[in-house]
Design a binder for this molecule. Structure first.
Ligand code: ATP
Ligand code: MG
Length: 492
């Protein structure tokens, strides 16, 4: 295929591409900025086939450099700026990057990184001579353009290799699902180092659609900019959506707003009901770093009727549910979710063993458990590695956590399985209180009302905070370590 950004600048040079802090860049301007960076990167001695790690926040300059790397055929290892220096050192070593380009605001973090890699700040990069701006005229769809590490929820993060083809298909799958209008504008407040944000940039250049980029999520600015720029689509996780609703109060979003793309996890019913009251269309989605963004999506007309469902696989995508022997299970039965499609990665960087284990006959074993209902709607239950099996019954920690979190005065909740002589495993809960009055008895009473007997937590541990990773996902493996230490009498 032709170079995407060059093609876009040729087809619609004067169309708005990027709006950041009040400044609007057209596609021609973005292409020129990115081309200039291609030259500067060339001056550093980097070109096609090399690997550059980047440590960026949501800034216009970050977007230009990301486009430059893609145009130059340099693989970009896009690092999460919330990671610690130690975690960054590990990912830099694992990815074998030739250089680390970092924003000066991360100076402190970078100075504590232990790695052989060469560093350059974006301020220094900007001052370099342009040199020859050698960019690819054509993209090979099978070439890797980005490497993104998974969140590390179930173990060490893995570097997912994403090809031009993966991003192309992801952008197309999304358009075939949500539709595409010439007045569309996408608001990006999610991080561009994560696939949720980066995929918005890919859609922008492929569709010729403006992106309104925010450096951080601020609900007041979100509501203001949706009105000011007539935003039509926004990507959110459920905490963001709740904050937007609170900010809106009795106001509504403009009629032109047509889609809240909600990812990361199932949404609570009251949140979806408030969105219906306010006429905000919510599309719930299931996806992961390995699928280069959205994989399945539920349209708003089903959001109450199929509460908690992540919908159906997008047009180019396939889903299967299998048992532990890899055999397909009937509709309605639970099993591991397998996914296949042109937006799915072909493997993990430098991890042939994990790749061979996770991807078999082009089907990616997601490690998530779920089921398809009688009409083929997907329900995601939990991670396979966190499943609790108690006396032969499957228990999903997420379900119990949902009940505990609904109790006022519970700020956070985590559930894992504890070894048990009689039942092999029983659920136990870790609770962070926001109100010191919350008692074990009250929580148990709520669980008894909402959950089957075998799902009731056998013990409650009241703690100061729960272990979460840089993506704010709960690390149940750390809770299991805490519990083991507790058993050894070491406490935590
Ligand atoms: P790691 O693979 O390192 O353990 P991770 O899986 O958390 O980390 P991501 O790729 O950021 O890394 O997250 C994808 C995961 O998020 C999915 O596999 C799934 O477990 C969860 N997820 C995404 N969407 C949904 C959803 N709609 N409902 C429930 N879970 C979801
Ligand atoms: Mg994962």
């Amino acid at each position: 295929m032709p170079n995407w950004l060059k093609k876009r600048a040729d087809l619609s040079p004067n169309r708005e591409a990027l709006i950041f802090e009040g400044h609007t860049y057209t596609f021609l301007e973005v292409f020129e900025k990115a081309s200039s960076y291609v030259g500067k990167i060339g001056t550093l001695g980097l070109g096609k086939g090399k690997t550059a790690a980047v440590l960026f926040s949501n800034q216009a300059e970050s977007v230009f450099i990301l486009y430059a790397l893609q145009m130059a055929g340099i693989k970009a290892v896009i690092l999460n700026n919330r990671l610690t220096s130690e975690e960054l050192s590990w990912q830099l070593g694992d990815s074998d990057a030739d250089v680390l380009v970092y924003e000066s605001r991360f100076d402190d973090k970078v100075s504590s990184i232990s790695s052989e890699v060469n560093f350059i700040s974006t301020d220094k990069l900007k001052q370099l001579e342009d040199g020859d701006s050698v960019f690819l005229e054509e993209y090979d769809m099978d070439d890797v353009t980005t490497i993104m590490y998974t969140s590390g929820t179930t173990g060490n993060p893995k570097g997912v290799m994403q090809t031009y083809g993966n991003h192309w298909w992801s952008a197309n799958a999304s358009a075939l699902n949500l539709g595409l209008h010439d007045y569309d504008k996408w608001l990006c407040t999610v991080p561009i180092f994560h696939i949720s944000g980066y995929s918005i940039l890919m859609r922008s250049q492929i569709y010729g659609m403006p992106v309104i980029l925010h450096s951080t999520f601020e609900e007041k600015k979100v509501v203001e900019d949706i009105r000011k720029y007539q935003v039509t689509v926004m990507s959110v996780v459920s905490t963001m959506l709740s904050r937007v609703l609170v900010e809106l109060g009795t106001r509504k979003l403009p009629d032109s707003f047509r889609c809240m793309l909600l990812g990361g996890g199932p949404a609570p019913l009251p949140l979806l009901e408030s969105c219906i009251d306010k006429g905000i269309p919510v599309f719930q989605t299931y996806g992961m770093t390995e699928t280069s963004s959205q994989f399945a999506t539920l349209s708003p007309e089903y959001s109450i009727e199929r509460l908690g469902s992540a919908g159906k696989a997008l047009f180019p995508n396939l889903i299967r549910i299998v048992d532990s022997d890899g055999q397909d299970v009937p509709l309605g039965a639970e099993g591991e979710i397998l996914v296949k499609g042109p937006n799915v990665t072909y493997g993990y960087l430098n991890r042939p063993d994990v790749t061979a284990d996770k991807i078999r006959n082009k089907w990616l074993h997601t490690g998530d458990i779920g089921y398809l209902d009688s009409e083929g709607f997907l329900y995601v239950l939990d991670r396979r590695s966190d499943l609790i099996i108690s006396g032969g019954e499957n228990i999903y920690p997420a379900e119990i956590e949902g009940v505990l979190l609904s109790y006022p005065g519970v700020a956070d909740a985590g559930v894992i399985g504890a070894p048990d002589e009689k039942w092999q495993q029983v659920p136990v809960a870790f609770i962070v209180k926001s109100d010191s009055g919350v008692s074990e008895e009250a929580l148990l009473a709520l669980c008894e009302e909402k959950l089957a007997k075998y799902k009731l937590p056998k013990k409650f541990y009241f703690v100061e905070s729960l272990p979460r990773n840089a993506a704010k996902k709960l690390l149940r493996r750390k809770l299991r370590e805490w519990l083991e230490a507790e058993g050894d009498g070491n406490g935590h």
